[in-house]
Design a protein around this ligand. Structure first.
Ligand code: FES
Length: 120
């Protein structure tokens, strides 16, 4: 059986970071977190946690965490753009919000932030 410490080491090696505990998230509601200066929104839906960019691509408002759920999409509260909760894509299939991998270890929520490459 794999030890708890080995699981945590593997997550660390894969650049997952502990963000919060499941108890910090309300079902169906979003919550905002900053991880390494990346603004993300976590949503717990039916016990599963989804991590998306908190920045709406429409007018770059940081309000996705205040969005509401409709037809498996998060609806931006500013002007109603919709994003698939799992893929971050718009209903048309075009790119929308970046998504991040989430792992649960017990009650702890770990998220893997993909660092952006800088193009200088
Ligand atoms: S800022 Fe999100 S829909 Fe306009």
């Amino acid at each position: 059986m794999i030890k708890h410490s080995e699981i945590l080491k593997k997550l660390e090696d894969e650049n997952y970071q502990k963000v919060c505990s499941l108890d910090n998230l309300q079902d169906g509601r979003g919550k905002r977190f900053l991880i390494d200066d990346v603004d993300i929104a976590l949503f717990k839906i039916d016990g599963k946690v989804h991590a998306l960019s908190n920045i709406c691509p429409h007018q770059h408002t940081a309000l996705i965490f205040e969005g509401f759920l409709e037809d498996n999409c998060i609806v931006c509260p500013s002007h109603g753009w919709k994003f698939d909760i799992k893929t971050g894509k718009k209903p048309s299939g075009s790119n929308g919000l970046e998504t991040y991998k989430v792992k649960l270890v017990g009650d702890d929520v770990y998220v893997k932030i993909n660092q952006k490459k800088l193009n200088w």
